[in-house]
Design a protein around this ligand. Structure first.
Ligand code: SAM
Length: 284
């Protein structure tokens, strides 16, 4: 595929294994007039490894706003520009969003070159439901703020994905146990695509215990994938509650509406409530 002229390319780079840079990414980075990287010293070895000789400049959170005009003028006069971050997909907990917006506002084409992202890579091996998930980014650094922040997600029924650094992994796991409970299933994905890649799926308490007892497990980069809160229908005592609620509702409305209302009131998935309702209708 031809690299277009005067286009901003948002290029994903590997999250560890250098060979995960796609063929299209290599071609685009070679063809561009200039590559803007979060940390030029960090990205240079990757570019050299792939034989990419394009000039490289810095684009990080502290100079991003000021770079927009220069990048737009380069895009108009010199050719295409690529932005990359230290690892994974730019803009995902990484700089780049101001440049993308500025280019869109200036009617300059913006095109993605997709590749790795730690959150999607972690989800692909987490062994938890991935049909619906909430990416929450990095938790706050201080425990009180982190507990309050985590509490916002404690009742979510979808999977929650967080990033965490080695300095705070133990403290964050401790807070997860406190907020989500000891039994909440979760997956710790560490050093993905690297030599010490580790994926642990267990209860939050067990994950904390494993990481506490092994200093090696406290090193590197982490994605934490926390299972959503299980529906209350799965616990037999609440099945009775749903059934009774449905019986009352069905006196006043059709099954479809009753299932919707009961689902909203109890937090149980509508499909399961509907099936309970079908059972009730049959037994009438
Ligand atoms: N833009 C990146 C992406 O698409 O995933 C994320 C950048 S964010 C600043 C860096 C964080 O991503 C790390 O602190 C860690 O939580 C996570 N991460 C990056 N590489 C990882 C890896 N190989 N294994 C596990 N987590 C990783």
């Amino acid at each position: 595929m031809t690299t277009l002229k005067h286009t901003l390319y948002v290029v994903a780079t590997p999250i560890g294994n250098r060979d995960d840079l796609s063929g299209r990414a290599i071609k685009t980075l070679n063809d561009c007039h200039c590559i803007y990287a979060e940390d030029t010293r960090h990205s240079r070895p990757l570019l050299q490894y792939h034989g990419i000789e394009t000039q490289i400049r810095s684009l990080h959170e502290h100079n991003e706003a000021g770079r927009a005009d220069i990048i737009i003028s380069q895009l108009r006069t010199d050719g295409s520009v690529a932005i990359i971050s230290d690892a994974g997909t730019p803009l995902i907990s990484d700089p780049g969003y101001r440049i993308v917006r500025a280019c869109q506002d200036a009617d300059i084409p913006v095109s993605p070159i997709p590749g790795a992202s730690a959150l999607i890579t972690a989800l692909s091996v987490a062994g938890v439901a991935t049909d619906r998930f909430l990416y929450a980014g990095f938790p706050p650094a201080k425990s009180a703020a982190r507990v309050a922040w985590l509490s916002e997600f404690a009742d979510q029924s979808c999977t929650i994905v967080l990033y965490e650094s080695p300095h705070r992994i133990l403290a964050s796991l401790g807070d997860i146990v406190q907020v989500f409970g000891r039994e909440r299933e979760m997956t710790l994905a560490r050093e993905l695509t690297k030599r010490f890649e580790t994926v642990i799926r267990a209860s939050s308490e067990e994950v904390l215990r494993i990481v506490e007892q092994d200093a090696q497990q406290q090193r590197g980069e982490f994605v934490l994938v926390i299972s959503g809160k299980k529906d209350r229908l799965a616990n037999s005592p609440d099945q009775t509650e749903i059934t009774e609620l449905l019986k009352t509702l069905l006196k006043h409305m059709p099954l479809k509406t009753a299932a919707k209302v009961a689902s909203e009131l109890t937090g149980a998935p509508r499909k399961q409530v509907y099936e309970v309702g079908i059972g009730l209708n049959k037994s009438d």
